[in-house]
Design a protein around this ligand. Structure first.
Ligand SMILES: Nc1ncnc2c1ncn2[C@@H]1O[C@H](COP(=O)(O)OP(=O)(O)OP(=O)(O)O)[C@@H](O)[C@H]1O
Ligand SMILES: O=c1[nH]c(=O)c2[nH+]cn([C@@H]3O[C@H](COP(=O)(O)O)[C@@H](O)[C@H]3O)c2[nH]1
Ligand SMILES: NC(=O)CC[C@H](N)C(=O)O
Ligand SMILES: [Mg+2]
Length: 514
């Protein structure tokens, strides 16, 4: 695939994934790369444009991430955002200083005035709201640049050297609070860079299937299938590429939701004409997890056991060269690229063991965001109910049972979680939330039931709304739904005497509790 490419050069900003998503939404392919990639490595990718992201540092401080000035000689347009804008100024002999008092320090929604004769601001109003988050100030604009936007506090909000195609904005066009942010990115890609918008999901699906066919040929492939969106889409793509040489392995590790094992098996046997093997591996997973309570240890154990089960099944089939996983771009990013902190080791990326007995792990969706995966799924004719299923993490209930895992706790959580989902569905509210589940906390407290004292577990209910699962808001579920879920759970499920609703967003929390 030779799509035109935009490189998002990562200087540690919080919204870098968002920049990539926004660019993709303009039908332009892009990849996030750490600023530590050399100019040679960037050149080898033959990018059509480069975007410098924001970042927490200050360009004038020792040890801040910089880049070689030669990047401006590539002949490729560059857009700098916040820190990236300050970096352009710094590298091209402008000047960046800490904001004096709070004269030019800005945070949040800010009224901004634009020079709409600049290509970046074509066809937007000359006054609108942008989202700012900076304490530094571009005191001197670099040679050859003109000022193309200002705010009430800050005279230097955007700079442009239109001749060479270099632009810098102090605000964040990628966040939704910047009213015309998407339009500005669109202008950069189309008006400035003259790109042709060749990143389309139907093309992607066709080309990927062709490439998979070439790569795999008549070799045998295993696909790790969870019944979730990502692996289902991956499986259907491979199936279209190699047909009967594909065998899907669905692992029931004993940590699935209530009835999930049977449902997934039924759906795939009925809807798809694929070889599917269900492996009942409860004993080995629960055996390895016995007494383990540290979240990262749980994740790594599960990541390793998954692979060992796949290897074992491969041996039964004969020579299998490839293992396919439904890994997507956020799994890769969240498991840590470059300097970003590792928050959680996703079982299929950071949680993979060092040694894997396959010639290669194939991940056809590794570059896609969730919404792109869903589009590919629809292109491939996968039923809507599957495409729109809420995500379920590979480690399953293991990361929703805080502390050590026992069979009794699993049963308790399965039953409670089932009721919560059932109540949301009955109220027709499940369409309004993107992920919703129950968590068995490891906390016990005193209650009173049937006039007797109880000392039982606290269950937490969690529901979030989110576009990309990278950030999320807690869902404002109507009280009556929470009330009926709470009543039913207390009445129908043993070992729980208290229920709380999680009202934290991501960040600062994450969606899952472990
Ligand atoms: N129970 C399982 N059996 C086999 N493979 C699994 C299982 N759970 C997860 N995997 C593998 O790990 C990958 C990552 O899991 P993840 O939950 O992120 O994706 P998914 O289940 O395909 O989709 P979704 O995010 O919608 O749940 C899957 O794509 C799949 O390849
Ligand atoms: O397949 C997976 N393997 C994992 O190890 C894993 N950890 C989190 N998740 C899912 O990722 C999304 C973001 O979750 P967090 O906010 O908890 O990081 C949410 O949708 C989570 O359910 C996982 N999925
Ligand atoms: N959001 C950013 O990129 C901030 C850049 C720089 N640290 C400042 O405060 O101005
Ligand atoms: Mg899943």
């Amino acid at each position: 695939m030779n799509n035109q490419l935009v490189i998002v050069l990562d200087f540690g900003g919080q919204y870098n994934q968002l920049i990539a998503r926004r660019v993709r939404e303009c039908n332009v392919y892009c990849e996030v790369m750490p600023y530590t990639k050399s100019l040679e490595e960037l050149k080898a990718k033959n990018p059509s444009a480069i975007i410098f992201t924001g970042g927490p540092n200050s360009v004038y401080e020792d040890g801040s991430p910089l880049y070689t000035k030669e990047i401006f000689s590539l002949g490729v347009p560059i857009l700098g955002i916040c820190y990236g804008c300050q970096l352009i100024a710094h590298l091209l002999d402008g000047e960046v200083t800490p904001a004096q008092d709070d004269s030019a320090r800005e945070y949040g929604k800010t009224k901004t005035y634009f020079d709409t004769s600049c290509k970046l601001f074509k066809d937007i109003p000359d006054e609108s709201i942008t989202w700012m988050s900076h304490g530094d100030y571009m005191a001197k604009v670099p040679e050859g640049f003109k000022l193309v936007a200002h705010s009430d506090k800050c005279p230097n909000v955007a700079i442009a050297d239109e001749e060479r195609g270099f632009y810098g904005v102090q605000f964040h066009p990628e966040v939704q609070h910047t009213e015309f942010g998407q339009k500005m990115l669109h202008n950069f890609l189309y008006e400035v860079c003259g790109l042709n918008g060749d990143w389309k999901m139907d093309e992607f699906a066709k080309q990927s299937i062709e490439k998979l066919r070439e790569k795999i040929g008549d070799k045998k492939v295993l696909c790790a299938l969870s019944g979730g969106v990502d692996s289902s889409v991956a499986a259907v793509m491979i199936h279209k590429a190699v047909g009967k040489n594909l065998t899907c392995i669905f692992v029931d590790h004993g940590l699935l939701r209530k009835n999930e094992g049977d449902e997934v098996e039924k759906t795939f046997k009925e809807k798809f004409d694929m070889n599917l093997i269900r492996v009942n591996a409860q004993d080995r997973f629960l055996g390895k997890l016995k007494g383990v309570s540290d979240p990262e240890t749980k994740r790594k154990i599960i990541g390793e056991e998954f692979i060992r089960v796949f290897e074992q099944e491969a041996k039964k089939i004969g020579k299998v060269d490839y293992l396919v996983q439904g890994t997507i771009y956020p799994d890769v990013i969240e498991s840590g690229t470059g300097d970003a902190a590792v928050i959680k080791s996703h079982h299929n990326v950071g949680g993979l063991p060092d040694y894997v007995d396959f010639k290669e792990i194939v991940e056809p969706l590794r570059d896609l965001f969730k919404d792109e995966v869903r589009k590919v799924g629809l292109e491939l004719g996968i039923p809507e109910f599957l495409v729109w299923r809420q995500p379920f993490p590979g480690p399953g209930l293991a990361i929703r049972i805080i502390g050590d895992i026992t069979e009794e706790k699993i049963k308790t959580l399965q039953d409670a979680d089932f009721i919560f989902r059932d109540e949301l569905a009955k109220a027709g509210y499940d369409k309004n939330v993107h992920q919703y589940f129950a968590v068995l906390t490891n906390m016990r407290s005193v209650g009173v039931m049937g006039d007797g004292r109880t000392y039982d577990y606290t269950l937490a209910l969690r529901a979030v709304t989110t576009n990309d699962f990278m950030t999320a808001d807690w869902a404002k579920i109507p009280y009556d739904i929470l009330e009926s879920a709470s009543n039913r759970i207390i009445n129908e499920v043993k070992n729980i005497n208290r229920i709380v609703y999680d009202i934290t967003s991501k960040p600062p929390a994450t969606i899952e509790w472990e």
